[in-house]
Design a protein around this ligand. Sequence first.
Ligand SMILES: Cc1cc2nc3c(=O)[nH]c(=O)nc-3n(C[C@H](O)[C@H](O)[C@H](O)COP(=O)(O)O)c2cc1C
Length: 179
Amino acid sequence: MFKKKAILFFGSANKNGFTFKILNKILKKLDEKYNFLLIDAYEKKVHPCIGCEFCKNNFRCKFKDFEDIDKNIVNAELIIVASPVYNLSIPSTLKAIFDRFQPYYFLNSSDNKKKIKKKRAILVLTCGSDETDFTIVQKQISASLSLINSKIDTKIFWKNTDKNSKITSELINQISNLK
Ligand SMILES: Cc1cc2nc3c(=O)[nH]c(=O)nc-3n(C[C@H](O)[C@H](O)[C@H](O)COP(=O)(O)O)c2cc1C
């Protein structure tokens, strides 16, 4: 069966942590439909954006460590962002990746506008507390994803991992209904 292209941005340093655990179930569910390119933020360690504005005129970054991601962004049809919450935000390694979307900001507001395929996005967040407010982190991620023509249509949030170390049946149900 023909599989659609998907990019997975993985923001956890723990290869056996909560984020990985829930992501694994999601991937098993979506594996039939999508081919995933995994971008592990802690392994990829992209150079942080330095705001030099090279991309303002060149529509690409002067650092070359992002080209494999760029190549795949244009045609991907699904983005998954899976990350723990760090200080109401995302780990710095994943934030560095989103900051590197800056060439798309300039590309989108230029005459050179390149056609980036419209894509859906799934946001997967885990956090230790039951009381963490996801407003800021969702806004951050949505803003970055909009630069690559991508919109979150599904949110899977595993809160309170400090105390609830087992995936709840509600989350399992949500995953089994994923399209
Ligand atoms: C540096 C750091 C900052 C954190 N900040 C928050 C936070 O603001 N709110 C929260 O609920 N949990 C916070 N946590 C807890 C993690 O989000 C939680 O343990 C998460 O499930 C870890 O995912 P992982 O097992 O994939 O690493 C933080 C953890 C670390 C290490």
